[in-house]
Design a protein around this ligand. Sequence first.
Ligand code: ADP
Ligand code: MG
Length: 386
Amino acid sequence: MTDAVASAQHLFAEQYGRRPAGVWSAPGRANLIGEHTDYNDGFVFPFAIDRRTTVALGDRDDRVVRVSSTFSPDTIEVHLDELTPDAVSGWAAYPLGVVWALGESGADLAHVRGVDLHIDSDVPVGAGLSSSAAIECAVALALDEHWGLGFDRPTLAKVGRLAENRVVGAPTGIMDQSASLLGEADSGVFLDCRSLDADVIPLGFAEAGLSLLVIDTRVSHAHATGGYAARRASCEAGAAALGAASLREVAVDDLDRAQDLLDDETFRRVRHVVTENQRVLDTVRTLRELGPGAIGPLLDASHVSMRDDFEISVPELDLAVETAQANGAIGARMTGGGFGGAAIALVIDDLVPVVARKVVEAFAEHGFREPGVFTVHAAQGARRDA
Ligand code: ADP
Ligand code: MG
């Protein structure tokens, strides 16, 4: 038994005074490439990481669902007959939102018994590694199996998204939940956001002696809502002006025509999305044909496109990427929605300590807050642990 499972059982017992009936877990995720492509019906290529959220579950005799987390001193409970999207708020909106979303997605919850849930996690919160999907997917899989609902994983991913959209109130896509539920060791999840078809593609990082370094700038992207909405609006306006239902339908070869039709800013927003979709496809093909050591230029080009065309980088992200590249990273890019958050760098294992140290030094020299720097590895998706 792993430490995390023993710890989850122990924490549950401390909280509720009995042993849990089972323990489930789901990972956070990092996006290897494919940024701001999801809401344009495009391609993304994230992977599940080796940081997980565990859910220990115990049965109850009544119809109450109770949730607690090491993250918070509060225990929150709701009766299954009184669960609506407005009935819960704060962090409990994630786990209880999933309960509501299961019912909304066709599960018959009229006769199930309540449960006690205790949540524990080593996924950093707010670092762009989707602690939110980790908690949603762990709870969704735990309840699906415990209540015998029989949903498949793509459906559970939609349940997680529905909880986040309607109960938490965050207009996020399906990428994070897909990675958390479908990920496999040393593999990425290549996702078509139009059809929702997902393919698990071996990354081969471990065999090639490569690690992915995450550089969390600790610049909060909380203030980015306006910038995010403006980018979405530009993409929609660009697609409409080009007569396309979404930018997914615009090819790299169409960009000359787009430049004639669009104002400069809208054109650059469109160019980012169109070329980024192509870079995702190229990354998958390059991995298959040449291996992971050859994808660096695609990661680097993705960063330049987000910095110059989509304009969602910040000086801290640029410094993280440039310093990693200058010290031997195979490729590096900012990851996530932008305006803060984290960068990733693909680095030969032996060079990880050097790159990490150089990045920390560069941040100090520039008077930036010390970044969080750590490696992540592609790991198995959600599972039952005990
Ligand atoms: P992230 O980039 O980490 O997904 P979000 O803002 O989307 O950031 O989600 C973070 C929120 O998810 C937290 O503020 C909290 O409400 C909830 N959350 C994440 N992990 C846990 C946990 N272990 N216990 C309770 N709530 C959690
Ligand atoms: Mg999140």
